[in-house]
Design a binder for this molecule. Structure first.
Ligand code: PLP
Length: 437
């Protein structure tokens, strides 16, 4: 790779003796992260108006800034206001606008934490928060409450307690390292965490959520990929929001991970003024799959404080899915999800394809608007399930049997559970009944 003119200008302003190998050194990038306005202006060779400066200063007092020189170099200074890189990384006074209904921890991650560094929301998987810092502070961060907060740096002993919780909870088969960005830890430290997790028999897969391929691609080194390879299966989810972020450096990082046998996914946040456009989204997903990254989730922007200017109506996400499903390869289409405020987890949302239904036929529509019917079997004999797999004709290898109890809607549908309804804990009609007892 060679440096672009903007990158030349940035590197020379930081240190006129620095060269390409400094630029590609992730620790050099971290040491020279842009955290104040003066450096920002100098490096980009621009000057903000006094009003812009004032708005910026007010904002960073509450929500700090940090941008890698690499990510900064992708900003198009000719039209900064609308630039997707600028808007994701540079503080805006809109962040100080808190709307009714905004919350500091909308997903109740801090409440669903039975052990240090753990968020345990789903039956079989947990988040293990191993790092509290990031190479770039995304302006749309759902954990904005924690950004730059020195008190929440997870210590080694806290992480050990989190790992102990996982060791003592056999239901956990999937551990997601998150943070902060786990790839800001040193290779040795990551190797230690992965080794500890791998020593737990019931942990089948480890996932890492990292934005380094987007904002600090030089973090993906041969040493790091060798460690990941050693602890397979390790899955990685990254976070590209705009096709402009898929640069040569990012492509190289993704190729190194894919070549190490790491399955790659991408989580995009739907952001007003950045990627709330079917054409931008299609170009993003196409570029991702060309680089062996499977679009995994498209997130509706959370209700965290300071994000109101990034939110779109849910309809925008549905419109985007409508423009992808059928129009392009199935594996280019992410699942659009709303992370339930209050901690209910991710809820998928889709356009409707099922138009109507009778006892033996369904009416569907496709992406072109064609309406069609599917004739259901007249003689389907469902297998009655009493969870006694030994006497069942379907051949489940019992060693692999899922021992968890059905919950939620699955429970309502099951043959072996007598539950006929799910009732909110605060249901007034039911509390009257109790009073009569
Ligand atoms: C997103 C998330 C997961 C993982 O969910 P998947 O749908 O399996 O990707 C696990 N725990 C928490 C708390 C999460 O927010």
């Amino acid at each position: 790779m060679t440096l672009s003119p903007t990158q030349e200008q940035i590197i020379n302003s930081i240190d006129d003796k620095a060269n390409l190998s400094n630029w590609k050194d992730w620790r050099w990038q971290m040491r020279h992260s842009i955290r104040d306005l003066d450096t920002f202006e100098t490096l980009l060779g621009i000057q903000l108006t006094p009003e812009q400066r004032k708005a910026f200063t007010d904002t960073v007092e509450k929500f700090p800034m940090s941008i890698t020189p690499y990510y900064l170099s992708l900003i198009n200074t000719d039209d900064m206001k609308n630039d997707p890189i600028f808007r994701q990384s540079v503080p805006s006074p809109d962040e100080l606008r808190i709307l009714k209904g905004d919350m500091s921890d909308p997903l109740h991650e801090d409440q669903d934490s039975p052990a240090p560094c753990i968020t345990h929301r789903y039956p079989d998987r947990v988040l293990l928060l191993v790092s509290n810092t990031c190479p770039m502070y995304c302006r749309h961060c759902t954990r904005k409450r924690k950004v730059g907060d020195q008190d929440t740096i997870p210590t080694k002993s806290a992480i050990s307690k989190g790992i102990e919780y996982i060791r003592n909870t056999p239901a956990i088969r999937d551990v997601l390292l998150s943070g902060g960005d786990p790839f800001l830890l040193s290779d040795e430290y990551l190797d230690w965490i992965l080794t500890e997790l791998r020593s737990i028999e019931h942990v089948e897969i480890i996932r890492i959520g990292t934005r380094t391929p987007v904002v600090l691609p030089y973090r993906i080194t041969p040493e790091l990929t060798a460690i990941l390879k050693k602890h397979q299966p390790v899955w990685i989810n990254t976070h590209f929001n705009h096709s402009r972020e898929i640069t040569q450096s990012a492509r190289t990082a993704l190729a190194m991970l894919a070549d190490a046998g790491v399955p790659l996914g991408n989580q995009t946040v739907l952001l007003s003024g950045i990627n709330d456009c079917p054409r931008i989204m299609k170009s993003l997903v196409h570029k991702l799959v060309r680089n062996r990254v499977r679009p995994y989730y498209l997130y509706q922007c959370d209700l965290s404080e300071g994000l109101s200017h990034f939110r779109t109506p849910v309809g925008k996400g549905i419109e985007i899915l409508e423009s992808l499903i059928g129009h392009t390869s199935g594996f280019c289409v992410p699942t659009y999800v709303i992370d339930a405020p209050g901690g209910g987890g991710k809820i998928p949302v889709m356009p409707n394809y099922l138009i109507s239904w009778s006892t033996n036929k369904v009416v569907l529509r496709n992406y072109e608007g064609v309406i069609t019917t599917y004739k259901e079997p007249d003689s389907y004999e469902p297998t009655f399930c009493d969870r006694n797999c030994d006497s069942c004709d379907l051949m489940l290898n019992l060693d692999d049997a899922d021992e968890t109890k059905a919950i939620g809607i699955e429970q309502l549908l099951s043959d072996y559970d007598q539950t006929i309804s799910l009732v909110p804990a605060s249901n007034a009609r039911h509390s009257r009944r109790k009073a009569e007892d």
